[in-house]
Design a protein around this ligand. Structure first.
Ligand code: AHG
Ligand code: MN
Ligand code: MN
Length: 300
């Protein structure tokens, strides 16, 4: 993480951002029913938008830009960066990128989905190395939040309390298990590159398949059970599907903070040069050995 300038311990100044996302995520979860229909517009990545995508995005924008340390807001659902109103805002040191609903296609099937938060201390689009915190909230049987900040990963259960959201710590210093057990790969077999497919044919004989269509739910299984998640570059789309600013960088930061590795196929996701807000990147995250092998396979 960036050590370019001294600042208050990031928990103190970033905690308000994390808590705001936690509390807003509970509101989003409770508001999903009745918002499962598709809107007419598409998002900047050319994907259909659910009413829930747009509604969640508006909630996060409003509440995060009201925080004085937040300078700007970007999300999967809007083309440009929204700058905070300078007069109302204080030091404006953090730039927030959000995926307001990751895995929204799982809403119709009532499968797990959630929210991704990336907090950078440099203007967007930013390098993953400039993340000061990253997190995801999972709408599963429980509502949980995984947060990487100041070198460690913590898992919380989120519940409504009398004073707003209660973040109950359930796992501290979360690290990937040494022994991997699961894998999950996006895209379709005919669209995989030959080198990636050769890697899959090895891994599928060693691990169990777990793929659910929401990256953060699949990544959370890698965090808990060990293994590898990838949405690789495809023959038709060499940069794959996932976006660097609010999908690749935050999950790369979380997995690397938990002792694993991330890769775009050649290097850590956190070292991929930022070019555009909606730039796509091949995402591979998991146990170090499995990612090392993947890079060797793609270097074929
Ligand atoms: P989003 O709902 O924010 O667009 O993200 C969906 C992404 C990611 O969560 C998941 O890994 C991937 O899309 C699943 O893609 P496929 O439907 O092609 O499997
Ligand atoms: Mn997403
Ligand atoms: Mn999304």
């Amino acid at each position: 993480m960036s050590t370019r300038h001294s600042r208050l311990p990031s928990e103190m100044t970033v905690e308000r951002i994390v808590r705001t996302v936690a509390e807003t995520s509970l509101d989003v979860r409770e508001g999903l029913a009745g918002r499962r229909g598709y809107e007419d517009e598409e998002n900047p990545s050319g994907e259909k938008q659910l009413a829930a995508d747009l509604w969640a995005d508006e909630l996060f924008e409003e509440r995060l830009l009201a925080i004085e340390s937040v300078a700007a807001y970007a999300s999967e659902e809007r083309s440009g960066v929204v700058e905070a109103d300078r007069t109302a805002n204080g030091d404006g040191r953090y730039h927030v990128a959000i995926d307001p609903l990751d895995g929204s296609s799982n809403l119709r099937t009532n499968n797990t989905m959630g929210v991704i938060l990336a907090v950078y201390d440099s203007p967007l689009p930013a390098r993953g190395r400039d993340l000061v915190a990253s997190a995801f909230v999972l709408f599963g049987p429980l509502t949980t939040m995984v947060v990487a900040v100041d070198g460690s990963v913590t898992e919380y259960v989120l519940e409504r309390g009398s004073g707003g959201v209660e973040m109950r710590t359930v796992t501290e210093e979360l690290t990937l298990p040494d022994e991997p057990t699961i894998y999950g790969f996006g895209g379709r077999v005919p669209n995989w590159t030959a080198d990636f497919e050769a890697y899959v044919r090895e891994v599928e004989r060693e691990l169990k398949l777990r793929y659910g269509g929401a990256m953060i739910a699949d990544v959370n299984q890698v965090l808990v059970y060990g293994g590898v998640f990838a949405y690789p570059g495809l023959e038709s789309h060499p940069k794959g599907k996932l976006r660097l600013q609010f999908e690749g960088n935050p999950v790369g930061h979380i997995i690397e903070t938990a002792g694993g590795r991330s890769s775009n196929g050649e290097r850590s996701l956190l070292d991929v040069p930022p070019e555009r807000i909606h730039q796509r990147v091949p995402v591979h995250v998991g146990n170090t050995g499995l990612i090392d092998r993947l890079e060797a396979a793609l270097d074929g």
